[in-house]
Design a protein around this ligand. Sequence first.
Ligand SMILES: [Zn+2]
Length: 258
Amino acid sequence: MTSLFSSPLQTHQFFSNPALQNPNFLSLNPIPTMSSLRSSLSEKSVTPSGEIHVIIGPMFAGKTTALLRRIKTEGSNGRNVAMIKSSKDTRYGLDSIVTHDGAKFPCWALDNLMSFEENFGVHAYDKLDVIGIDEAQFFEDLYDFCCKAADRDGKTVILAGLDGDYLRKRFGSVLDVVPLADSVTKLTARCELCGKKAFFTLRKTQDTRTELIAGADVYMPVCRQHYVNGQVVIEATRAVVESCKNESISYLQAASVV
Ligand SMILES: [Zn+2]
């Protein structure tokens, strides 16, 4: 096996390249210095740099409350703010975001984020400084929107959403945005069964759809121990229900044969 750089023939060809022997070759292609890179970068940065802040956690952890607090603070600091939520979540109507403790804020209910600029109005969008996004797990174009809004348009994006579903698997693309973010805050709730810190959302029913939008009637925040115990109980219940169903079907089939 021959090594590319150990071949005497190729070494000779490299140094005998007339372009490399030209004394002007290096001056025609100067290596950029750090200061020249800095000045050329600053000339190109015409839009102010945006920011992305991510608030995650289980249900009932106060994510929407934290988002509203930040948006209100930005607004009272004189910045133009707007809030977006998913049109899938119709629990409290479509024109406002409502926290579990009843606080309200007007919002845009959309099924995708890329339509926001057009819906909001291009001129109004240009003047906007801060965009809040609630229930961010429901937006499939979250990553692309965050890149556009923060990187290109210089907006501050603050989003709140579930990092995991009731099976503790990634929910939507909230986790995809973490590498883009300036900050990530993981909030916790209180375990409904023991009062310790709750990191997970337990679904109390046997429904297996990933997107089942509901409140405390279906979900509860739980600690690790009660999540594991709860899942065991729910799985066992599901197995019993399934076997009863199968038994009654086979009983009916047997009865119809007879
Ligand atoms: Zn617990």
